[in-house]
Structures are given as C-alpha cells and as structure tokens.
Design a protein around this ligand. Structure first.
Ligand SMILES: NC(=O)c1ccc[n+]([C@@H]2O[C@H](COP(=O)([O-])OP(=O)(O)OC[C@H]3O[C@@H](n4cnc5c(N)ncnc54)[C@H](O)[C@@H]3O)[C@@H](O)[C@H]2O)c1
Ligand SMILES: [Fe+2]
Length: 416
C-alpha cells in the first residue's frame, strides 16, 4: 500500500484558553471592515462585546449581524449578506456554534462571488478564493472552523444541503475552550457526539485508489495517512473528555480536551469525509427537527456494525485510541468491544438509542432510506458499498434498535 496523505488546512490555527484575544491582531492583517456573524445569545454577552471592542482598538470597523438561526435556514444567510454588502465588508468573522460559522462562510462566499447559495451546492462549485474568514467556535463541536463545507437548510430542498469547496476553509481559526464553558449539558452532548462521529467516520471511510487527480475529483477524498493521524488524535481526546464535560461543565481540563478533539476531528473529516451516519441524519433531522449531533450519534453504532467487515482493523484501532483494554482479544472481539463502548458512551450522555426515539415513524422509513441515498458525497465514502436495499436494512435496524440483525447481515456478506 502506498503512503498517501492530504491536508487542507487554515493559514493559522490557534488553540488555547484565552486565545480569542489574539483575534484582532489577525484581523488587522486582513482588512479594515469586518462583518461579524453571530447569534442573539452570544451578542448579548460581555465576552462578545470585549471581542468587538478589541477589533475597534485594532482600527477595524465592525458590523455585527446577530440574527443567525440554529441549523442555518437560507433566509438568515440572505440577511447576513445584505448586512455585509451594504457595509462594504472586506472580511468576515464568524463567532458561535457551527450554524454561525457556516453562516459566516456562506456570507463570505456570496459577498465575493455573488449569486445565490444554491448556485454553489455540491462539490467544487466555488470559483475562487472568498473574502478572508476568521472563525471562533463556541461549541466543541462541528469542526467547521477548519473544514471546507457549510451546511444549509433550504426550504426548497427536503434535506439539508452542503457547499463543499477548499475555498471555504477559513484564513484563521481560533479555538478558545473558554468560549465553550457556557454550553449546557445537552448541547455539550450533541456537539461532542457529532465530533466523535466525524472522527470515527473519517477513520473508517473508504481508501480510494491513488490517481493523479484524486485530490481534484473529490473534496472529501477518503481515508489517508494524514486524516488518520487527526482522527485518532480526536478519538482519544473526545472519548476521554466527553462524559466528563457533560457531567461537569466546569471541568476545565475536560473542556479543553473536548475542544481539542473536536477541532482535530474537523481536520480529519474535512479531507477524508464522513459517510452513512451523516447521510441518514439529513432526512431524520429534517423530519424530526432534532439536532444534527443527536442524529449522527444515534446512527453511529449501527453504521459501525453495518460496516464492520469492511473496517474491522480500523474499529480495533478506534478501541485502542479510546483506551479500551483489548489485550488478547481477536480482531472480531476488539471490533465488538469498540462498537459497544461507543454505544455506551453515547447512552451515558443522553443520546437516544434509535431513530424511533428521535421521532421517526415506521411509515417514514422508506423515505429516510431513499433520501439518505441522495447524499451522494456521503454515500460514495462509506467503506461498505451502499445500495437502496442495504440502506433499507441499516435504517430499519436503527429504527428497531437491532444491532444484532446488522451483525448477522454483515457476517453473511463476508461469507458470500
Ligand atoms: N461546516 C461543517 O463542517 C459542519 C460540520 C458538522 C455540522 N455542521 C452544522 O453545524 C450546525 C450545528 O452546530 P452546533 O452543534 O455547533 O450548534 P449550533 O451552532 O446550531 O447552535 C445550537 C445552539 O447552541 C447555542 N450555543 C452555541 N454555543 C454556545 C455556548 N458556548 N453556550 C451556550 N449556548 C451556545 C446557540 O446559540 C444555538 O442556540 C448544524 O447546522 C450542522 O449541520 C457543520
Ligand atoms: Fe456532523
């Protein structure tokens, strides 16, 4: 096997408590007029005002757009765009959860290239660099501060849509764990579970045949030596800190580790991609109006079971990164222990067990399966090839909470 790796990264990535104070210094290098994209919760906080004051002291004029809505409906992006264009912004600063960061990314795109968000849905549709972006996450988290994608709720589309382009990777990401201390347990759980799912899916995606233009064919190009490194870094940090952060939001060591892991997971999946757990979440989220992180986390143990014969070695390595005691176990037992540990961790932080618990009705299952298959960029990344019939098996099992059925199915496939 050839040693192959790709990273697509920000110009600057700064991590550490208190590092948000470094933001104005970066902004001063990039322009004079900053559109600051956030939401109403954050704009009311003293911390936020200190950040904006810091920009002013650095000689930067600011326009604050604080109407970002969670899960990012298209309408609020259009309003951010209006705010930025009437102001004449020459840079965009996003501060908040993934929704605010993605809003900032799309605003920077539309301020630069015009048109509508829908012109850029899919991969590689952004024609060139966008206004410089600085992103500061307040959840740990989506990893959006380092990824090449923004995810939008478009009322004309049944499920959420993505704009994926290396041009959307921000100029400077500043990850200050202090900004996450205010996350309540439920938000810590769903955003942290999303991050662990990013790392697990990135580590188990397909490894593509090398070709001269592989990196130009796919934004999310599959598992490779560099994405693996960040995925394992993410898995060890998140598995050690997620429950601790959920139990005690003031456990500062755990908060730091969790955010460190979430950003590492972004670096991993931003190049390798995610797969079936994310594909199924899109329709489930749209039908049940449940958080992205809850949906992907519900799916993750089922997807691991479904994929196990295509990534047993990787599942064992995930278990080792989680610190499980796997000595003397066969590869199969190691994979079993890993899937059980992920399911247990998610149960311990209050993630529901099935998509039925999220609110999916039995008569919606065929629609879930059909729409999940429509997320081509995710489906093509799954290590086990997916077709409508196998997707239906996966969705059915995640509805009934039947991981054993998937195991049996997976074994059958291996034998045949
Ligand atoms: N671009 C990417 O790479 C990427 C990856 C995964 C998910 N996403 C998208 O990101 C969004 C989810 O982002 P998220 O999970 O960060 O949540 P979010 O941004 O949707 O925020 C959810 C809620 O949490 C609040 N919140 C945020 N930070 C807080 C804090 N520190 N303290 C208290 N409350 C806080 C927000 O005000 C909001 O009400 C979804 O739209 C999802 O599709 C994007
Ligand atoms: Fe995600």
């Amino acid at each position: 096997m050839s040693l192959f790796g790709t990273l697509r990264n920000t110009r600057n990535l700064v991590f550490g408590p208190g590092q948000r104070a470094a933001m104005p210094g970066y902004a001063a290098q990039l322009g004079r007029k900053a559109l600051v994209v956030t939401d109403e919760r954050l704009s009311a906080e003293a911390d936020f005002r200190t950040l904006v004051d810091g920009l002013k002291k650095a000689g930067i004029e600011t326009k604050v757009f604080d109407q970002t809505i969670a899960e990012l409906p298209l309408d609020c992006i259009n309003r951010a765009l209006e705010a930025g264009s009437s102001f004449g912004a020459d840079m965009v600063i996003g501060i908040g959860g993934g929704s605010c960061l993605d809003a900032a990314k799309v605003a920077a795109l539309l301020l630069t290239h015009g048109g509508r968000a829908s012109d850029y849905y899919g991969e590689f549709k952004v024609p060139g660099p966008v206004l410089p972006l600085i992103l500061l996450p307040t959840t740990a988290g989506t990893g959006s501060e380092v990824t090449p994608v923004a995810v939008i709720t478009d009322p004309d589309r049944a499920v959420k849509v993505g704009i994926a382009s290396p041009h959307l990777i921000c100029h400077t990401a500043i990850c200050d764990p202090e900004l996450t201390y205010s996350c309540p347990p439920g938000l810590t759980a769903v955003s942290g579970a999303d991050a662990l799912t990013h790392a697990i899916e990135a580590f188990t995606t397909i490894r593509r045949e090398l070709s001269a233009d592989l990196v130009h064919q796919h934004v999310f190009l599959g598992k490779n030596a560099l994405s693996d490194h960040y995925a394992l870094l993410a898995i060890s940090n998140i598995s050690a800190s997620l429950k601790r952060s959920y139990d005690n939001g003031q456990d500062l060591e755990a908060r730091q580790q969790l955010m460190f892991g979430a950003t590492a997971a972004g670096l991993a999946f931003g190049v390798a991609g995610t797969a079936a757990a994310h594909a199924v979440q899109y329709p489930v989220g749209a039908m049940t109006h449940t958080a992205h992180g809850a949906g992907v986390a519900v799916m993750m143990p089922y997807v691991m079971e479904f994929n196990r014969n295509y990534c047993e070695q990787e599942l064992a390595e995930i278990g080792q990164a989680m610190g499980l005691d796997l000595k003397g176990d066969s590869l199969e037992q190691q994979a079993d222990a890993t899937i059980d540990a992920v399911a247990r961790l998610f149960a311990d932080i209050g993630i529901p067990r099935t998509i039925a618990d999220l609110g999916v009705a039995k008569d919606q299952l065929s629609q879930v399966a059909e729409q999940a298959m429509g997320s081509v960029r995710l489906i093509k990344n799954n290590p086990r090839p997916l077709d409508p019939a196998s997707m239906a098996v996966l969705v059915e099992a995640s509805f009934h909470g039947n991981r054993d059925a998937l195991r049996a199915d997976s074994r059958l496939r291996k034998a045949s």
